[in-house]
Design a protein. Structure first.
Length: 580
């Protein structure tokens, strides 16, 4: 789906329907971990970036009152839609609420956009209506969690276009709501309510078992952040944050057929096969030995979370070591690595960021959530619509531009009968057409793996995707690609322009920085380390040295390590503990 360009067509008539609901149960309790995590994002990020949206096609012949009655029934059925987050008395405006309140009844509004006829590509128009509703913050303590527009033609409903507060639902929850709404419209029986409500989940998380799971998640994340690459996309051009990039879309019968054949040949689950291919190609493109990626929808593998209408989504942090000879060998490792990530994807976000801050300061790194793989193809209502697949062999398109805090983001919407993926790729790292080439390469990798095992050393020839070129100055240090010259520039600038020389240790375990005073008192190792850590954001090719050597004056040959070694050392240390 391409972006809707320009102003939206004006409906012939706009009206608002106020919908009352009653019959729920009034409840109150603490917020769940996923809610708290998303609320922090909502308070920090721009609303059009953190709010979510969906478009639900209305079955032909459905009356407007039936659509509204079904929406009302959803609100009564699901506590999350009757939930607000009261602000504690005296709390700051940016404080995360600690409680959630479920109302027994209330009301919400539906905006009806009636048209004499819909514009060309009506689904794209409805998506633009829903996307426009994402603008503007939800007031957590009072707003209904959905902004609902009903697109009609001559009074006949065609689409429900809605934006949602991420404190109330996530993408998985919206899929559950759509499935329930369709069942209500058609008179099909609804499944029994066995999933966790937000309050049920919060109680489970606060139990001794829940607290142990959260603590184990923090240990798991710390291990990866301490040993894996600090950023996957760290090559030349990977600077700054807040990347504005268009969506590139793939629709491919070839890809779906190849995926099914790989699964049949290897006995792997299609979702695991696709994840393996994605990780192999990302690691190949970025020149990394480990693929570290956030996998957001993973923590719904628990039976009582699969159909939970709640914002459950928290990142699973996948670390898949690709140092194996072939695709099949990597596939054999992928399910265990993914399951390990899934098991450790429920955590206290505040405690996690405290862990990240402590770990990265000690390591001298900056954790980057720069690669995200979000497979929503197994959600309720996702996937193909019939046994006779129709679609292109391989079609690439363009969608709307979004500003994202990532450098490579993929949404897998469908794996059969079409492989359908949306990809956002940082244009600073992918030349024009590079994102399209990457998706084409993914299909080619699946096709090659369908025929037999693929040596990972042959990925350039098999896929057409080439690794990033870093240049001779770059070295692998402590599991990260680093430019010592960039480290020296960053450290010197952070210290006010003093001369700095940085060299990689022969073992590849770390860097040593020689720091001169530049005429004044030389900085201590602790001062040098703290200054560099302050400027690390947006510099994924910069890793802090393991050792700082402070001297009074720079040598005449400031570009030679042996000249710095001949200088009298005033103080030295790792900058994390008191100087030696």
């Amino acid at each position: 789906m391409t972006a809707y360009e320009g102003d939206l067509p004006r409906p012939s008539k706009t009206s608002t329907v106020t919908v009352a609901h009653a019959g729920g149960e009034e409840r109150r309790g603490p917020v769940a971990l996923g809610q708290a995590n998303m609320i922090r994002c909502m308070l920090r990020d721009e609303p059009e970036h953190i709010n979510i949206h969906a478009v639900w096609p209305v079955p032909a012949g459905t009356r407007t009152d039936a659509v509204i009655d079904a929406l009302r029934a959803l609100v009564v059925r699901h506590e999350a839609l009757r939930t607000t987050f009261p602000r504690a008395e005296g709390a700051a405006g940016d404080a995360v609420p600690r409680e959630q309140a479920v109302a027994a009844g209330g009301e919400f509004t539906v905006t009806v956009l009636d048209h004499d006829e819909l514009p060309p590509d009506p689904e794209r128009y409805a998506d633009a209506v829903a996307r426009r509703a994402r603008a503007g913050r939800f007031r957590l303590d009072r707003d209904f969690g959905l902004r609902i527009s009903l697109v009609t033609v001559g009074g006949a409903p065609v689409f429900v276009a809605l934006a949602a507060s991420h404190a109330v639902t996530d993408v998985s929850a919206l899929a559950v709501l759509e499935e329930d709404w369709r069942a209500l419209l058609t008179g099909r029986p609804l499944p029994p309510q066995t999933a966790f409500t937000p309050l049920d989940l919060a109680a489970e998380e606060a139990s001794p078992a829940g607290l142990r799971k959260s603590a184990a998640s923090l240990r798991y994340w710390e291990r990866i952040i301490r040993t894996g690459p600090q950023a996957m996309c760290d090559g030349p051009g990977a600077e700054g944050t807040g990347i504005a990039t268009p969506e590139v879309t793939l629709r491919s019968l070839r890809g779906a057929r190849a995926l099914a054949r790989v699964a049949a040949r290897t006995g792997g689950l299609p979702s695991t096969v696709l994840l393996t291919a994605w990780c192999a190609l990302v690691a190949h493109r970025t020149g990394q030995s480990v693929c570290v990626a956030a996998v957001p929808t993973s923590n719904r593998f628990h039976d009582r979370l699969v159909r939970s209408v709640n914002t459950v989504s928290q990142d699973a942090l996948l670390a898949l070591d690709v140092r194996v000879p072939s695709f099949d060998a990597l596939l054999a490792k992928a399910w265990g690595a993914a399951l390990d990530a899934y098991r450790h994807s429920r955590f206290d976000a505040v405690a996690l960021w405290e862990t990240i801050d402590r770990t990265t300061f000690e390591r001298g790194s900056r954790f980057a959530r720069d690669v995200v793989f979000n497979d929503v193809s197994a959600l309720p209502g996702a996937g193909g619509s019939g046994p006779a697949p129709e679609g292109p062999d391989l079609e690439l398109g363009r969608g709307p531009v979004q500003v994202l805090p990532t450098r490579l983001l993929a949404f897998v919407h469908e794996t059969e009968p079409l492989l359908r993926i949306g990809l956002w790729a940082d244009p600073a790292l992918f030349a024009p057409g590079g994102a399209e080439d990457f998706l084409t390469g993914l299909v080619r990798l699946l096709e090659a793996a369908a025929e037999g095992d693929v040596p990972l050393a042959s990925l350039t020839g098999a896929t057409g995707v080439r690794p990033v070129e870093r240049g001779p100055d770059w070295v692998r240090v402590d599991g990260c690609w680093v430019s010592p010259a960039a480290v020296a520039d960053a450290l010197g600038g952070a210290l006010g322009g003093v001369p700095v020389h940085v060299v990689a240790d022969g073992s590849g375990e770390g860097l040593t920085a020689f720091v001169a005073s530049g005429g004044g008192a030389p900085p201590t190792p602790a001062e040098a380390h703290a200054a560099l850590m302050r400027v690390l954001p947006g510099r994924p090719g910069v890793l802090a040295p393991r050792r700082y050597v402070c001297v009074q004056d720079p040598p005449e040959e400031a570009d030679r390590t042996d000249a710095w070694l001949r200088q009298r050392i005033l103080t030295e240390g790792n900058g994390r503990t008191p100087a030696i």
